[in-house]
Design a protein around this ligand. Structure first.
Ligand code: FAD
Length: 315
């Protein structure tokens, strides 16, 4: 019996390393083998990443299925042949759909939005994010086999101390003929670099006053060679897209430098950046909560200060 994580497509999707870390911990805890099953075009990339993260078995499925329906058929075919105890999906837009349909084909229970997993008496304990991330629910999975879709933004990836040998197995899958049922016509743009991996982040909040002033945050991030993010308040106000939100219900980041501009420092925001090595805060309120977390703080008007800082950073 094994734990299997699936990846497919032209390149390995962001979050795969975090999902592998979760899968490796679970497999080790339950004395199961961890297998990473990837489609043919990902073989090289997967072998390199698997070695870094201590994953010893990569199954290369000998086909490159195109489209959701073909992928469901292929991954279900793999599961019928290999009978893994636990089937994990990195919860991308497509991963969530594929997970549910693979589970349906196999007649197995499926759980989405999983943020934590652990062995428990009588089965597996899964924590899932619910109501758009506002709360969490806990499930005890008592079935012998399960399909889970994992949200990786809340997880940390862990590299092995030394790279391991990776055994590559080629697996032929008879998927049968897939009848297309639907196709994905639009999905959010995923930036090349993920906020979760950024070394420098400049984040803006409502203290910037108006949407146009957010340009200053982007310019500051650019001048420092970093990425930009923001608080939920300005996502809700429509200044920036939710894919840039930092916090409990956004991205969990761990940069070397996090510059918080006009951000109050609410606990839900700090859940996404308090692991930064150095936090710098600019806030006009000397009692703002953000100063409790900041190593360096500037009490002042961010709209006045940012142009000066951008000039200095560019110099
Ligand atoms: C279930 C739940 C989940 C949540 N998840 C998240 C999340 O993932 N991420 C997140 O960010 N929030 C989240 N929130 C919201 C969070 O509680 C805060 O409301 C939000 O972070 C506040 O954003 P803000 O700091 O930009 O705005 P505000 O709270 O309005 O703070 C603005 C700050 O700017 C300062 N300021 C004002 N003018 C200036 C100026 N000219 N110069 C400098 N400083 C100035 C003010 O002193 C203030 O400290 C969540 C809330 C709930 C209930």
């Amino acid at each position: 019996m094994a734990v299997v994580l699936f990846s497919w497509g032209e390149k390995i999707e962001g979050g795969a390393a975090e999902a592998l870390t979760l899968a490796a911990d679970l497999a080790a805890g339950r004395g199961l083998e961890l297998r990473w099953a990837v489609t043919a075009e990902l073989e090289r990339e997967a072998a390199a990443l698997a070695a870094l993260h201590g994953v010893r078995h990569v199954d290369v499925i000998d086909v490159s299925p195109q489209g959701v329906d073909a992928r469901v058929a292929v991954l279900a075919g793999y599961c019928r042949a290999q009978m893994p105890e636990l089937v994990l999906f990195n919860q991308t837009v497509e991963g969530r759909v594929v997970a549910a349909r693979v589970a349906g084909r196999l007649g197995l229970p499926v759980l989405a939005n999983v943020v934590a997993l652990a062995g428990a008496e009588g089965g597996l304990k899964a924590e899932v994010s619910a109501y758009g991330g506002d709360t969490r629910a806990e499930y005890l999975l008592t079935a012998p086999r399960n399909v889970l879709s994992v949200v990786t933004t809340a997880l940390a990836a862990r590299k092995a101390a030394t790279a391991c040998e990776v055994e590559i197995s080629r697996v032929a899958v008879d998927a049968g003929a897939a009848t297309p049922g639907f196709e994905l016509v639009s999905a959010p743009q995923v930036p090349e670099q993920r906020l979760e991996d950024a070394e420098i982040i400049v984040s803006g909040g409502r203290g910037l006053g108006k949407r146009e002033n957010f340009e200053l945050v982007k310019q500051m991030a650019d001048a420092l060679g970093g990425m930009w993010g923001g608080s939920r308040a300005i996502v809700d106000d429509g200044w920036i897209d939710s894919s840039h939100q930092v916090g409990l219900t956004g991205k969990i980041t761990r940069p070397g430098l996090y510059i918080a501009v006009g951000i109050s420092g609410a606990s839900q925001h700090m859940a996404g950046c308090s692991a930064a090595k150095t936090i710098v805060a600019i806030n006009k309120d000397p009692d703002a909560a953000i100063f409790r977390y900041a190593r360096y703080g500037v009490v002042g008007d961010c709209v006045e200060l940012l142009p000066e800082l951008i000039r200095a950073a560019r110099a």
